[in-house]
Design a protein around this ligand. Structure first.
Ligand SMILES: [Zn+2]
Ligand SMILES: [Zn+2]
Length: 313
């Protein structure tokens, strides 16, 4: 019997509080074997320590808090896999939403098509795309065989998507220069934040006014030489399925107060009421706007730097 095995049983028993029967199911070993492990000397000696480097990949083994299903992060159907003769599987992805946490993996739960309990479960490292071996569990299926099939299907683009989702969940953003052609940007125009930084709309931009739901999209001037200190907010009524209906109005909001109407498809009074009710004293919203304004100006500086390099100055 290995220390790893003993440590795993210990974690389940002492940290997760599971009984012998559940441990036996999860680890796919008999109840007698679980009991044997618990009564062994190795078990008594082994520690479940979570600090060591090898376990960083599966940091959430003993504590699953902060793990969020991918559908909470972006609107996406579960990943579908065709595992050879095994047939169709769904893969549920669970990402860590704690930006302070040093974990580097996504928890993947494999479900056989049409079934509700996972047959296989493990933590996949998003840097090297290996499963943390101590994290693998299978119930009624041979883990190594499933993994082998899974890796056959794991394309580079799927890896990129998972890495991007991992960053999204943690709130760490990607570098826009990786996917935006800076030479195409013109300083005279305002850029929608969501087109530049591919992050989900923050909750603070989903607001309610007079019993109806609205979504705010924000745009900024990214000319570093301009000190406009404002954001353009485009307000949409949200539809039943979170889809945006038509833009209702757009206003330029001063980050230190005041606003002007840029466009509207509604009564002027509606804009005034909306601003007073939802925007005016919304400190959390203004915090995000200021932070994003700063980021857009940083982007402008980066664009300028690149242009100077290209022009050889
Ligand atoms: Zn984590
Ligand atoms: Zn400006």
């Amino acid at each position: 019997m290995t220390e790893g095995l003993a440590a795993e049983v210990k974690r389940y028993r002492e940290k997760d509080g599971l009984d012998v029967r559940s441990i036996s199911k999860l680890m796919d070993i008999s109840m007698q074997d679980v009991t044997k492990i618990i009564n062994s000397d190795v078990y008594k000696e082994v520690r479940t320590g979570s600090g060591d480097r090898a376990r960083a990949g599966a940091r959430h083994l003993s504590s699953r808090k902060n793990l969020i299903p991918v559908e909470k992060i972006i609107d996406t159907p579960p990943m579908e896999l065709e595992l050879g003769k095994r047939g169709k599987y769904w893969v549920h992805e669970l990402y860590c939403g704690d930006s302070e946490c040093s974990c580097e993996s996504v928890r993947l739960l494999f479900l056989k098509h049409g079934e509700k309990t996972p047959v296989f479960d493990g933590y996949l490292n998003v840097n090297d795309f290996e499963f943390a071996s101590e994290s693998l569990h299978s119930i009624g299926e041979d883990a190594q065989a499933v993994i082998k099939e899974f890796f056959k299907d794991l394309s580079d683009s799927r890896k990129r998507v998972m890495l991007a989702r991992f960053k999204l969940a943690k709130g760490t953003e990607e570098d826009p220069s990786e996917y935006i052609d800076f030479s195409s940007l013109r300083f005279g125009r305002c850029l929608p934040y969501k087109d530049v930084f591919r992050v989900e709309t923050p909750e603070v931009f989903k607001v309610e006014h007079k019993g109806r739901g609205f979504v705010i999209h924000d745009q900024y001037c990214f000319n570093p030489a301009c000190h406009c200190n404002s954001a353009i907010l485009c307000v949409f009524e949200s539809g039943t399925s979170e889809d945006l209906v038509e833009q209702m109005f757009a206003i330029r909001v001063g980050l230190d107060g005041g606003y002007e109407i840029k466009a509207r498809e509604c009564e002027e009074n509606t804009v005034i009421n909306f601003f007073d009710d939802v925007i005016k004293n919304n400190k959390e919203l203004f915090t995000v706007l200021r932070e994003r304004y700063g980021k857009m100006k940083d982007l402008g500086r980066e664009v300028q730097k690149q242009r100077m390099e290209i022009n050889g100055n």
